[in-house]
Ligand binder design. Sequence first.
Ligand code: BES
Ligand code: MN
Ligand code: ZN
Length: 497
Amino acid sequence: MDYSAKFEPLDQLSAPCAVLGFHQKRKFTPAALALDEKLDGLLTKLLKRDDVEGKPGEILSIAHVPSGTIDRVILVGLGKKEELKPGAYRKALGAAAKALKDANVKQAASFLHEAEVEGRDASWNVRQFVEILEAALYRFSQLKSEDENPKPRLSKLHFMADGDDALAAARLAIAQGQAIAGGMNLAKDLANLPGNICTPAYLAEQAEKLGKRQKPKLKVNVLDEKELEKLGMGAFLSVSKGSEQPAKLIVLEYSGASSKNKPYVLIGKGVTFDAGGISIKPAANMDEMKYDMSGGAGVIGTLAAVAELELPLNVVGLVPASENLPSGSANKPGDIVKSLPGLTIEILNTDAEGRLLLCDVLAYAKRYEPEAVIDVATLTGACVVALGRHPSGLWSNNEDLAAALIRAGEESFDRVWRMPLWDEYQEQIKSNFADLANIGGPDGGSITAAAFLSRFAKDYPWAHVDIAGTAWKTGAEKGATGRPVPLLTQYLIDRAR
Ligand code: BES
Ligand code: MN
Ligand code: ZN
């Protein structure tokens, strides 16, 4: 998709399709009002005829407009003018995107960003539409022999803005929206690919490909099992013992600033398939555990966005990639392994494998003398039970970092909700036989997982984001969401300011 920001007065606008907003009950935004006047009240008449009031997401698509210059009009309901919340606006944009796709036009001009959204500005509105439109146009058809849905014709969207400042702001918003959507699409592709294709080696190859595309800003290096063993990553390596596919640690280093600047380190869980190991999962929906590498995909997608935007920062991505399968050589309940910093871990449940991979890499991150470390992981089903699928879970040992992530989540609408990380939870992960156990019993499962990780992240500001409920949609729309690319990219955009 191609996007532009430009100025054309509505009465001179020549476009195959115009997208305009209106509020409840049938109160037009300025551009819609101007067009309605130009058309002698036709829009008002049609809305009344079809009894369309303007609830968020209501659409009236008018195929033939007797304006002479605009062929088609899509009117988008925005709800009550006094209380347009970001979530409702996004819902309206989603409906607008679908209507645009269905209208089968090649080009359109949008005025939807005129709407006044609570606490947001026109730039935010523009960026959200780019992201939501790209999500609506996303398709994962590479593994189907015939594509059921023909490619949408829409190829260009103009944001109509007035004045140099407004145009410049819209152009920046477009660039950010496209970079974030590009990172999300990459993350979605990787997470939607099945385990027999997206193996640790495949994930590493895709990261290397990205490195070649973004040369020389982005360097990608892949550590193999031999090197991981030399480093002493006994916890990480224990997970891949049950698999034919060797583990990989994918290292992406983006340099956008002087090497004196401390880097931000992003760590993403990259379990390309999680059968649970010897503590095997039930069969129902086990296929979905191909998305257990969504943290890793999110980190790769974020580095793609950061490189695209050329942010003046240094950012390191670390993706420990492995399968978790049962076999004669797999971890067994009761096995004790030694992590990189020397702490020994009793594996009471082989299905709690994410923390085994992450703990070694959290310890490894220390060598970067990081400004901050953020790990993102589909870590626990308990997080989905606790928070549902709207926010990701957030844990942090640093108030500033937690506040910055909460803000970035609100801004990008890829929201997080903070959970406790109190010492009391450490009691649950004590072991009679090793320094700590890899599970903490049924209570507060997402918290004890974070408590476990915190033992390996003492040397820097650290945050853990559990994306088990947010990286994937179940049901009819089953598939990857591209989260947490918006959250992480926004956090880094904010740091670059
Ligand atoms: N990858 C899963 C967590 C998960 C579950 C992600 C559902 C997305 C949806 C993780 O490796 C896991 O199996 N966690 C266990 C931990 C338990 C054994 C303490 C879980 O959540 O059941
Ligand atoms: Mn598991
Ligand atoms: Zn897992």
